[in-house]
Design a protein. Sequence first.
Lengths: 348, 348
Amino acid sequence: MRPSIKEVATLAGVSIATVSRLLNHPGTVSAETAARIQHSIAQLGFRPNFTGRNLRAGSSRTIGVVLPTLANTVFAQCLQGIELAARVLDYSVMFTTTEYHPADESAAVELLLGHRVDGIILTVADASASPTLDLLERERIPFVLTYNQLPYAQADAAARASVSVDNRVAACDAVNHLMAAGHRRIRMLSGCFNESDRAVQRYLGYLDAMRAAGLEPLPPIQLAMHTTTTAADYQQMLSSPRLRPTALFCSNDMLALNAMRDLRALGLSLPQDMSVMGFDGIPIGALVEPVLASVVQPSEQIGEVALRTLVGLLERRGIGLVAPGDGGRHVLAHDIRSGTSVRPLAGT
Amino acid sequence: MRPSIKEVATLAGVSIATVSRLLNHPGTVSAETAARIQHSIAQLGFRPNFTGRNLRAGSSRTIGVVLPTLANTVFAQCLQGIELAARVLDYSVMFTTTEYHPADESAAVELLLGHRVDGIILTVADASASPTLDLLERERIPFVLTYNQLPYAQADAAARASVSVDNRVAACDAVNHLMAAGHRRIRMLSGCFNESDRAVQRYLGYLDAMRAAGLEPLPPIQLAMHTTTTAADYQQMLSSPRLRPTALFCSNDMLALNAMRDLRALGLSLPQDMSVMGFDGIPIGALVEPVLASVVQPSEQIGEVALRTLVGLLERRGIGLVAPGDGGRHVLAHDIRSGTSVRPLAGT
DNA sequence: ATGAAAGCGCTAACAT
DNA sequence: ATGTTAGCGCTTTCAT
């Protein structure tokens, strides 16, 4: 067993209370005893046990993070942002994944609650109907959603905190970008709607843009996986020349890159035979050729803001205040990255 | 404050010991009381507090993970592998980043030790001279290195556990692959050597291959950042037509993709004017055009094996056995992904 | 300035 | 089958 505060106290010839004081309120201990205690600490290689401290304090200075998967770069960036910000504020991060399975969300949260994390940052499949969020609310544990975009707060309901871009508007902007390049027959390729409310919002944005332009929206192609495709997904779309789109708007960049690979495998030249636009703006998209046109969301910043918001909630609660009415519903600015994956159409 | 085992006991009209028994050794409790306790648990929304349990047990069923950055996909994949495997074995994961700064490694580990994680999985700058690893060893806390490749165990020294590919051999294979395509003037583009012992090993592999082929190795181009470049990095290399390489071997894929972007910006056509090969085999490399030739290391598997190895160490220690002589020095198989980013040279 | 003691939630002897 | 109790490491009154 590692040395505890008790061994240090004994070695220094003081009581454990004095050691604790030196650790937590230096200055309330005389210089002489302080030195003696420091010496004992060094000699024993003592390291305060957070478990004891946490048990006593009822808080762990640890936050939980629940994301769908790290296979999608966008979430890796977000976690990176969270971790960096947490480190600055002296919080630790416990991390879990759901693989996009709503069922895993509750399990993940249950585990984190068992560890008594102070708060949770999470991305759920559907924020507007999530037993997991209800649980969190019932347990009164502060949480901040990332990527999930909440409806504006009802007058009666307490607003939940969230950090995201405006997915619907952003998707609309993307489709407008395609239309500005002369595209009319635009089809959406999307991850499974009931595993991602973002995908739904982005599809709605697609509808908005198409309708505003007086164009007939095409039915979305929904995929089983969020970031992977099979050639079969395109057969139907490509088979009918009349229905064949000139541009594909994908609900995320990984999907867009996969689609591009598949289309090339089917013999198409990009962007000559098909324009592709993504969503997320992952850094790699800007490195490849053709450059992937995309909606850039500031993922690392989303993580950072989420963490700061959460910590804000935690400290505020410490002071005894309730979360303010509008919680922290952060809608960050998105940006359109034009890229050579979108070909301007002749006759525009 | 949340309900504790005490409230449950009171409500059910039993002692806390009985509640604890039901939780940990069901079957030693009569069906009738069990039902009564379950009812109280549900009614109170009781959830066992791991902090109390951990303090008592002296172990947390939590492992710490320290990686350089998630901005490099390869580490995101590794963490993904760790998390998945941890979840299966019912371990939680506390995650930290070092940004490649050796100084941050110790700080990260100190924090994890404070939390009393049962073990640590980490990637350090230089495993052969790491105060952090020495600390871990002194504290007798089980750990497994990922990506860091250890020298074969000395007879006297206790072997450290590690999971990696054979970086030197893999790099040699990569350069041989380039040479098989007819390249002779091959230059290495690398992350900072003293922030990555892998980069050093890979450079050594480069030297091996060049020398074995009777070719004069070129000096490596070392970059300040591991995954980012600036056009200036190439000026010198490209300025002298006589010294201009036909192929670039990059110490990681992110770097390779950055380099390709930069070279294109400088007006080169790829792979016509320059062949590029990477290292890591990140999934995206296979999606882009030209396909990025690379050394594929099984990153997610590296994470999974690391976790299983660590848990093996933990459980074994529980039984009272010491770690075996060869620890777990796992060298996983790598694979060469040929890609169109390498152009076969005429006159081969 | 320092010490004594209670208690955070839990488990495992040790009783009964 | 169940209860009593000590104690994991720590912080914090309350005394002194």
